[in-house]
Design a protein around this ligand. Structure first.
Ligand code: NAG
Ligand code: NAG
Ligand code: NAG
Ligand code: NAG
Length: 393
């Protein structure tokens, strides 16, 4: 299509056949008005089809015309913020502008969200051993009190409460873990993990990756489909707009500042508690998949990496991700997971678009994942055997 319309208009030989100025002077007045009106109509039609902020508008009207057009339109009305929004924004702004404290004793807080026992305690023990003073462990066991096998987990349980999958109680448990971990001023980065999560690298690698990252790793993407924007409720207005609504896996890591902001937030939290749940407008909104992605997308979009550092395999496209059994766990599998350096998000609409983006760490392309799920307890022995091999990749 190289000899398309655009090329031919600019061709000198074609230009000769265009009506010259001589013809125009012969047009009668009503004819002129009709021509003018049609031009205005065409212009307005184009302006309607191509909104002034889209690229195609700039192409149609040229960059100068594009600017002028947006100048003519009345400015979008600025909504007056509520008292709660003003209060919330000043607190968030101040926390974000406080430079992070980097003490020699900076620790990573590992927050385990589990119904009961942790099948991979022995593996975590191996991972943490020799790094005392550079980490702390917190366990939120919502159903059964675990019996601990590792010295690093004994007496590390916090007061817990019931957790129902997909409900706000999940977010409450995450906040409870963050609050307890924030009590220790040396905790500088906070990692949420489940009972089926395993480490993919040695401690030093994970420590440096997280502590020296200039972003938090909060999964966040826009899903126009029924399991994304379809879960939004207009009851969240005026504070939460559909255009701000995001989705992401709950397994975050966050910097201390961001953890403090989560503690400080009541306004947006209460919107999700009240309107992102089962049954509002006949929808089934999952609070832990939407609250933090939407909240951080609104208050500090450049401060989050928009991806998780916890790998999970959704490629089977089922309700639950792939769970690895003992026979699946091999050196090859772990090598494959640790070498992935792009993140993928699949939308839930009919197009099922897969959004693929390179994983970036402080501006550098790096492998995405530090942890992986979901592993059945019977994979423990394999993982223990392979741990020294795959973590030194
Ligand atoms: C995350 O997404 C937001 C909004 O789309 C964007 O502004 C920000 O730059 C992204 N963060 C990174 C680290 O790419
Ligand atoms: C690892 O990745 C390679 C190349 O993509 C693939 O052929 C192989 O089946 C994968 N192995 C496992 C165990 O997933
Ligand atoms: C993180 O570092 C990269 C590379 O220096 C930079 O491009 C990016 O803007 C930084 N992000 C933040 C939130 O400071
Ligand atoms: C792991 O590495 C050790 C030492 O290099 C080797 O003896 C062992 O066979 C390796 N295990 C596997 C499963 O690759």
């Amino acid at each position: 299509m190289k000899s398309g319309h655009g090329w031919r208009v600019g061709n000198m030989s074609d230009l000769q056949f265009l009506p010259g100025t001589r013809h125009r002077t012969h047009l009668k007045r009503p004819m002129w008005i009709i021509v003018l009106v049609s031009f205005v109509c065409l212009f307005l039609l184009c302006a309607y089809i191509y909104p002034p902020n889209s690229r195609s508008a700039c192409y149609v009207f040229s960059s100068r015309g594009c600017k002028a057009l947006s100048d003519w339109l009345p400015p979008a009305p600025v909504r007056e913020l509520t008292d709660e929004e003003i209060a919330s924004r000043v607190v968030i702004r101040d926390i974000l502008s406080t430079p992070p404290v980097r003490s020699k004793n900076s620790k990573i807080a590992f927050l385990f969200l589990t119904p009961g026992p942790l099948p991979f305690e022995k593996l975590w023990d191996k991972f943490l051993h020799g790094h005392e003073g550079r980490f702390s462990v917190y366990v939120h066991a919502s159903k059964d009190k675990p019996v601990h096998l590792s010295r690093y987990f004994i007496n590390r349980e916090i007061r817990s409460d019931q957790v129902v999958w997909g409900r706000i109680s999940m977010v409450d448990a995450e906040r409870r873990l963050l609050a307890n971990a924030l009590k220790d001023p040396d905790n500088q980065h906070f990692v949420l993990l489940s009972d089926s999560c395993v480490p993919l690298h040695d401690f030093d690698y994970v420590y440096n990756y997280l502590l020296y990252s200039n972003t938090s790793f909060i999964d966040c993407f826009e899903d126009p489909g029924p399991h994304g924007n379809g879960r939004y409720s207009e009851h969240m207005l005026p504070e939460v707009n559909l255009k701000d609504f995001r989705k992401g896996a709950q397994w975050f890591t966050m910097k201390r500042q961001h953890a403090l902001i989560v503690m400080a937030d009541n306004l947006y939290y209460s919107k999700f508690r009240d309107y992102c749940k089962h049954g509002v407008d006949g929808k089934n909104c999952i609070a832990d998949e939407h609250y933090l992605p939407t909240f951080f997308n609104m208050i500090d979009p450049v401060g989050i990496a928009n991806r998780s550092v916890t790998h999970v395999d959704w490629s089977e496209r089922k309700w639950h991700p792939k769970s690895y059994k003992a026979r699946d766990v091999s050196y090859d599998l772990l090598k494959n997971i640790t070498s992935v350096d792009f993140s993928e998000h699949a939308t839930s609409d009919e197009q099922k678009t897969v959004l693929k983006r390179p994983c970036v760490w402080n501006g550098i392309r790096r492998p995405c994942y530090l942890f992986a799920r979901k592993f059945y307890p019977d994979t423990l022995d394999n993982l223990l055997n392979l741990f020294p091999n795959y973590t030194t990749l």
